[in-house]
Design a protein around this ligand. Structure first.
Ligand SMILES: [Zn+2]
Ligand SMILES: [Zn+2]
Length: 509
């Protein structure tokens, strides 16, 4: 037996999940996701794993398996598949989301059977999560079996058709106690909240892909006699998709268009709005801030955040809540009432699952290092031998070679996508953007008469500072023709030493 498990992203960090299972002759990729950019990333829209390692094993690559349709698992699919023409194997709902991204993909919708890719065989293992059609994958090579169960809230070990030797498991909530609530509890609570309201509109926001939650909200709305209005492109699209696929059973008459809703009484309406992380251009942000002409939040309305706050979104969400409250809107969040349950299993559930599967090896995945570390401890408590709990981080590879475990490193990292213009940036371009944003730009211009002129962007030098930097240049006695890096270096040194700044320096004639 010789199986290599590589992590190209998603362990030791949040997002960008991508794994590779590889024998001497075959390899399959599991997931290829993105990290969403935070406002500090200077125009970067998303961050993808560096897939250069795959070029070295190109001939072995057989397929890409997607566990579910969240962007931290499928967001890098198009880039990956534009570079490697591989067939996709995934669930029906994930397939629909991928088809929306591109119609050119070769997608196989999985059934409960065994798939063979060279000397690797794969079986899909159904799991529950906050998006329909979520799977774990059982990957078998030379009789050795791995269960790769990324995001899940619940899964039934009884459904496994074979003994699992190595378990790779979702660590997201490895530091959070299981609360024991289910989606049904949320459905009841939403009904209670809706029935407590007599007037005003109800706005509920969640991830559009959380189809079960949309179903709960629709159920509660129908029970209190309100109509449902989807707001936001992704909300409309995914709700329509889920209804066509029979994932939500609702009478078409209970869903009304925003245009029709405009003529109805506020007390007759529940809006399902996209933008639960306060994304500035989302439907929710534009409605809450009053930018939308046709629909504005007003006193008496209720806004429910039926979602968790992703770290990094706090500022946007708080800004939005402040705008809504300023308009007299009541806001309910997950801390106030039971309006959200996590899509990830908590400590108690994780421990029970590990104990039931009783694997020889355990590898925590999907989380920051603190989550992986807590998860490792849980696995030991659940009966896995300490030395068989293996730690894998992005850029790491674990080779299971007969009875030996070998740790290797593989080329890895991040690539940055700036969507406007379709640019792919490397680390140095992002660093340059940060430098320019923080410290500005200095252009050193050599004039035809041999004089030097300085132009600064983003800040202005005092007369004295300008004189000083000129003196510095003259004193260094630089040969100006041809223009050289030396000049830039002198100017750079001046700014660093005298002004503690590191502007981007360009030399030009
Ligand atoms: Zn997920
Ligand atoms: Zn995930």
């Amino acid at each position: 037996m010789n199986l290599k498990i590589s992590c190209l992203g998603g362990a030791g960090e949040i997002g960008m999940n991508m794994y590779l299972y590889e024998t001497p002759t075959s390899a399959v990729v599991v997931d290829c996701g993105v990290i969403f950019s935070d406002p500090q990333q200077y125009g970067v829209d998303s961050v993808l794993p560096d897939i250069s390692y795959l070029y070295g094993i190109k001939d072995k690559l057989k397929a890409v398996l997607f566990t579910h349709g969240h962007e931290d698992h499928v967001g890098g699919a198009i880039k990956l598949l534009s570079e490697f023409n591989l067939p996709i194997f995934t669930g029906k709902f994930t397939a629909a989301l991928l088809e929306h991204k591109s119609s050119k993909l070769n997608i196989n919708i999985v059934e409960p059977r065994l798939y063979t890719f060279g000397d690797i065989s794969v079986e899909f293992f159904p799991a529950q999560h906050s998006i329909p059609d979520t799977y774990g994958v059982v990957i078998v090579a030379d009789g050795f079996s791995c269960l790769h169960l990324s995001d899940f809230s619940h899964a039934d070990p009884e459904l496994l058709t074979r003994k699992i030797d190595c378990l790779l498991l979702d660590s997201t909530n490895a530091t959070t106690e299981s609360r024991g609530y289910t989606e049904d509890d949320v459905k009841q609570e939403l009904y209670k909240i809706f029935s407590e309201r007599s007037g005003g509109r109800i706005f509920l926001t969640t991830f559009s892909s959380n189809v079960a939650r949309l179903g709960s909200a629709i159920d509660a709305a129908v029970r209190v006699g309100r109509k449902v209005v989807p707001e936001g492109a992704s909300m409309e699209r995914i709700l329509g998709q889920a209804m066509r696929m029979g994932l939500i059973s609702v009478n078409g008459k209970d869903i009304v268009s925003p245009k029709k809703a405009y003529k109805m009484e506020p007390s007759e309406l529940v809006y399902l709005v996209s933008g639960c992380q306060g994304e500035p251009l989302s439907a929710l942000a534009t409605i809450a801030s009053g930018e939308r002409k046709a629909i504005k939040m007003i006193e008496g309305d209720l806004l429910i955040f039926s979602s968790r706050l992703i770290p990094g979104s706090e500022r946007n969400v708080n800004f939005l809540i402040n705008s809504a409250m300023r308009r007299g809107v009541e806001v309910i969040q997950a801390d106030d009432r039971l309006v959200h349950v996590s899509g990830h299993a908590g400590r108690g559930d994780l421990k029970a699952f590990i104990a039931a599967v009783a694997p020889k090896y355990f590898i925590p995945i999907h989380g920051e290092y603190r989550h992986l570390s807590a998860h490792r401890k849980l696995a030991i408590e659940a009966g896995v031998a300490r030395e068989s709990c293996l730690m894998l981080e992005s850029g790491g590879q674990i080779q299971l070679w007969d009875e030996a475990v070998v740790y290797n490193e593989i080329p890895s990292g991040r690539v940055y996508i700036d969507g406007r213009g379709g640019y792919t940036l490397d680390e140095s371009a992002v660093t340059m953007r940060k430098q320019i944003a923080k410290d500005g730009v200095v252009v050193v211009r050599l004039l035809p008469d041999g004089e030097i002129a300085l132009e600064t962007y983003g800040f202005t030098l005092t007369d004295k500072q300008e004189r000083d930097v000129m003196l510095e240049i003259i004193n260094r006695d630089i040969d100006f023709a041809p223009l050289n890096e030396q000049l830039a270096r002198v100017v750079k040194r001046y700014f660093k030493k005298q002004l503690s700044r590191r502007p981007y320096i360009a030399v030009s004639d």
